[in-house]
Design a protein around this ligand. Structure first.
Ligand code: G4P
Length: 526
């Protein structure tokens, strides 16, 4: 095997999907602990430390602070190299989450075993379906009173339409949680409470029939034997092919807080989850082991480090490798650029990457030339597809308190819109700046970030805009005419792309009827 093939074969790139509070953060901490990336779990974020106002807004700010260090975490496990991509938890950030899910090859679904399948998990599963992403499942919080495990699996199968193959099975729950039985290894792993911050020394009992088991867990042992018989008869067996097709999920039980069971899941991940997968472009499918470098931008974050005002573009490498100082073609602008100081993300610390391979993420400093969805290649003109940006549904005019800072305002807005959470529209007819968002909280976030990061104070005014569409037309003359005749409604977005802003849906429908050659796009597919 070539060096590249070996490196690709080592990699597993995944993200965690869950409903808020199911335990994503806690699992992330434990996963890093196992990756030896943290000496002692509990340093991923200070979510629970410090006094924070309990508003959603603050939650978002905290998350943003947190995602600085945990956007991408790489760590070794079981002879493999795992990349864990963070997905912001807040509702209003869901677009960002969707795009991050285009950059992974598998997902871990975390379920609160007391609550079962919750609404956000359903939505996120729909997104993973678009690419049939393989899913592993962790049933969390077994140290609490939970629902019946069989019922939980049934719910996953019914609601999420994915077959469940239990890999481990819980013994008791809540105060009576004794551990799990590993169906494939035929071993019982005993749980000790109060050891969550360490990697536990575990007592393992080989074989379900061992008398040692009766001695260790008493009457639970015979219950377990009966239950396992039932479970084996009633549930699916693990099937690698069905897993890779996104049709079956291996299920693990445990407690993230107690750091129990997370390692079983990780063992499954490195053994079964796919290596970096091919990706489609508008020209052809790109294989990870191709020599030529290629990758796409799935996330941009402004001002990660307030001291340096840097903006980082996160690139998922699809094929080949990255080397310090290499050149790549920035396809959208048709230029070769040098990657001089890309970042890698070893467990929270940004470091200079000497090398990175297909499946890895690198961070490029963005000075305004990189947009979400941009493709970099070894020279080939092709563009990765499937990285969406959704048309905003809410609009406000934004205005300065101090009119002298107009330039700062525009700059701030354009940079924040690069992250994709809001759009900024600049009508061609006047100097208005219109902010469009998918969720209402984004408006507050924008004003607060403008103040803290760009030192401008801005306020909103209502504006009569109902919807926006990006417009394209294969005939330049027709597009010119369209622009001229609709001066009141055309605008440029943050990336200078033409958009039509409509005061009403009726107005939009009329425009669409009147200009059949012009295409109106609800998503700006990057
Ligand atoms: P999230 O990122 O998915 O939103 O969830 P997070 O890990 O922050 O966990 C949400 C809450 O659930 C936290 O409690 C966390 O401690 C708790 N939790 C996570 N895993 C387990 C588990 O296995 N067992 C139990 N009993 N609890 C778990 P919190 O009350 O918000 O914070 P804290 O004050 O307990 O730290």
């Amino acid at each position: 095997m070539s060096n590249l093939s070996q490196e690709v074969a080592k990699r597993r790139t995944f993200a965690i999907i869950s409903h808020p509070d199911a335990g994503k953060t806690t699992i992330t901490e434990k996963v890093l602990l196992f990756g030896q990336a943290l000496q002692k779990a509990g340093t991923v974020k200070g979510k629970k430390s410090g006094q924070h106002a309990k508003s959603d807004w603050m939650e978002m700010e905290k998350e943003r602070g947190i995602s600085v260090t945990t956007s991408v975490m790489q760590f070794p496990y079981g002879g493999k190299l795992v990349n864990l991509l963070d997905t912001p938890g807040h509702e209003d950030f869901s677009e960002d989450t969707y795009r991050t899910l285009t950059a992974v090859d598998s997902c871990l679904m975390v379920i609160d075993s007391a609550k079962g399948v919750e609404e956000r998990t359903i939505k996120l599963m729909e997104v993973t379906r678009l690419r049939d992403t393989p899913i592993l499942t962790f049933m969390n919080k077994l140290d609490r009173d939970t629902r019946d495990p069989i019922e939980l699996m049934d719910e996953v199968e019914d609601v999420l339409k994915i077959a469940c193959a239990p890999i481990t099975w819980p013994i008791g729950m809540g105060k009576g949680f004794k551990g799990v039985y590993h169906l494939l290894r035929d071993e019982v792993i005993l749980y000790q409470s109060g050891q969550g911050h360490t990697i536990q020394e575990k007592r393992i009992i080989k074989g379900l029939d061992s008398p040692e088991l009766d001695e260790a867990i008493g009457s639970y042992a015979s219950d377990l034997r009966d239950e396992i018989e039932l479970v084996k008869g009633a549930s699916h067996e693990f099937d690698q092919e069905a897993f890779l097709a996104g049709e079956l999920t291996p299920v693990f039980f445990g407690t993230a807080l107690g750091n129990f069971g997370v390692d079983h899941m990780l063992d499954g991940l490195v053994e079964w989850a796919p290596t970096p997968q091919p990706r489609e472009t508008d020209q052809r499918v790109v294989q990870p082991t191709e020599d030529g470098f290629s990758g796409f931008v799935f996330k941009i974050q402004a001002n990660m480090d307030p001291q340096h005002r840097d903006r980082i573009a996160f690139v998922r490498i699809v094929s080949g490798s990255y080397n310090q100082g290499m050149k790549a073609r920035h396809v959208r602008i048709g230029k070769d650029v040098r990657f001089s100081d890309a970042l890698t993300f070893m467990a929270g610390d940004r470091e200079h990457a000497e090398e990175a391979f297909a499946g890895d993420i690198i961070g490029l400093h963005n000075h305004g030339t990189i947009q979400l969805g941009d493709t970099f290649t070894a020279g080939e003109d092709m563009k990765f597809t499937g990285i969406p940006n959704f048309a905003p549904e809410l609009f406000r005019r934004i205005r300065l308190k101090d009119p002298l800072k107009a330039k700062q305002l525009q700059k701030g807005l354009i940079q924040l819109s690069e992250e994709g959470a809001v759009q900024v529209f600049r009508p061609m007819r006047n100097n208005d700046l219109i902010v469009g968002a998918v969720g209402v909280l984004q408006f507050d976030v924008v004003v607060a970030r403008l103040k803290s990061e760009y030192k401008v104070e801005a306020i909103y005014e209502p504006i009569n805009v109902a919807t926006a569409r990006w417009v394209t037309c294969s005939d330049d003359r027709k597009l010119d005419e369209f622009q001229r005749k609709n001066q009141d409604n055309v605008a440029l977005d943050g990336a200078d792309r033409l958009a039509y802003i409509a005061p009403t849906m009726v107005n939009l429908n009329l425009a669409q009827e009147r200009y059949p050659d012009v295409e109106f796009h609800k998503t700006r597919e990057h």
